[in-house]
Design a protein around this ligand. Structure first.
Ligand code: SUG
Length: 446
């Protein structure tokens, strides 16, 4: 049976805006209060999806979540009519109002951790939605994310969608953004590598000082246990606290993998030598050799890593051999980063081609190409069992783009978030989206 790496990209929701909600994420805090263009954001994402689909990669879409989350605001003591709730929240807790409207589910790499069926003992694909409890606006995602995943991956013969881990800091889980899988082929048993930012109980390795380590070791271990992963093919590696303090809030800001290849920066991990050694040993036990492409600080500094999002890239296996690296256009705007890309291409190494996408709307909130997608390895039967009309082709791209153009604003700031018209617009848009994606009832709006 053939296996495919399917990229499920988050469709940017109609309430995308810049609220500065993610301390530790330099782009988010730096662009706080900027004017957002949700329409452009969604179209940029859709254009990336289509371009990759047209090159033959299997590309799908995950729907945005319903916003505003009035339940959150009501649970925090705002009462009366919906309009009152929004107005009072804007006056008293503007940041919480922004959180309740956040479109942050667009960064699908944080939706869940996924273990393909070749790694799990019951031969099913396992999903654990990430509790994202490091940030208020993200912690409200997982219940709705689980619901969407359970609609799309409803067939329990093939798929298991667990609940998120308990909502406590000790079990902070950021999903696939802190998880890498290595395998000689997508359908073969692989090595799953969990990258944690801190441990709740073992403080011996220290942790970041300035910013928060979002993913805990304890959460990573729990997800591995739930998915039934073989411990000799599972590796836990710690993010370098200095990198977190420089703005590398997820591992996927500084490392990316596909098949047996790891593309990373020398400052990505604590104790690089032993981290890589453990990874190499696990790959060896699984019967293949790990290949690495490592960039040094002398090539690209941590600051440039964070500014350009060079590693927040997608590594895709080209049908003709070698890897395609999908990077944000910011990478070609930094001369040193751009020179690095050229050097990689000239080196005769595994990265044979680089393509850039303009994802500026998402990038300004700290979300590059890799953040926007959740990778799900599926075989032909599992692929056929996916529900909804979620695979991107020309016709779905055209329909979704038309839907975006009809329903999305091209200008959105925090000031607009008490506008009752916006609530109506979003409701109308999502109701229509349910039928475009053939996921009727997803938002329980009717
Ligand atoms: O969690 N930004 C997201 C970006 C997530 C990127 N994902 C990965 N690296 N996989 C975050 O920090 C900003 C929202 C705001 O400030 O309005 C935000 O949530």
């Amino acid at each position: 049976m053939k296996f495919h790496e399917v990229n499920f990209d988050g469709l940017v929701g109609p309430t995308h805006h810049y609220a500065g909600l993610s301390s530790g994420n330099i782009a988010s805090t730096g662009n706080s209060g900027a004017v957002a263009n949700p329409r452009e954001a969604a179209l940029q994402g859709l254009d990336k999806m289509l371009a990759l689909a047209e090159r033959g990669f299997v590309q799908a879409v995950l729907p945005p979540l319903y916003r505003p989350n009035l339940e959150l605001l009501r649970s925090l003591g705002f009462g009366g009519s919906d309009e009152n709730v929004l107005c009072n929240a804007q006056r008293e807790e503007p940041a919480i109002l922004c959180a309740a409207w956040s479109a942050s589910a667009m960064w699908a790499a944080n939706a869940a951790t996924v273990s393909p069926s070749s790694d799990t003992p019951d031969g099913r694909v396992h999903f654990t939605p990430a509790n994202l409890n490091a940030k208020l606006h993200r912690a409200q995602e997982h219940r709705s994310t689980a619901r969407a995943l359970r609609r799309i991956f409803a067939d329990t013969q093939y798929f298991v969608v667990h609940d998120a881990l308990a909502d406590v800091g000790a079990l902070g889980d950021e999903g696939a953004a802190n998880h890498m899988r290595f395998a000689p082929g997508h359908g073969e048993p692989g090595v799953e590598c969990f990258v944690f930012g801190r441990s709740e109980f073992d403080k011996s390795d220290g942790g970041p000082q300035r910013f928060q380590g979002r993913q805990t070791l304890e959460a990573s271990r729990a997800v591995a246990r739930r998915h039934g992963l073989a411990m000799d093919r599972t590796v836990f590696v710690q993010q370098n606290p200095a990198a977190i303090d420089a703005g590398v809030f997820h591992n996927d800001v500084i490392a990316v993998s596909n098949l047996n290849l790891l593309f990373f920066h020398e400052e990505a991990f604590v104790d690089e030598g032993s981290s890589l050694e453990r990874l190499q040993q696990a790959c060896k036990r699984a019967g293949f050799a790990l290949q690495t492409v490592r960039l040094r600080t002398a090539d690209v500094s941590l600051e440039e890593v964070v500014q350009s999002y060079l590693f927040n890239s997608q590594l895709l296996e080209r049908p003709g051999g070698g890897m395609l690296l999908v990077v944000p256009s910011e990478c070609r705007e930094n001369t040193r980063v751009s020179a690095c890309l050229d050097k990689l291409l000239d080196s005769g190494g595994p990265i044979r081609e680089v393509v850039t996408f303009d994802l500026r709307q998402s990038m300004r909130n700290g979300g590059g190409p890799a953040c926007l997608r959740l990778r799900v390895v599926l075989n032909d039967a599992q692929l056929a069992a996916v529900r909804g009309r979620v695979f991107i082709d020309r016709s779905l791209h055209a329909e979704l783009s038309g839907w975006v153009r009809r329903h999305y604003r091209d200008h959105l700031t925090a000031h607009d978030l008490s506008d009752p018209l916006l609530v109506m617009e979003v409701q109308e848009a999502l109701l229509e989206l349910e039928s475009v994606l053939q996921l009727q009832g997803l938002y329980a709006l009717a």
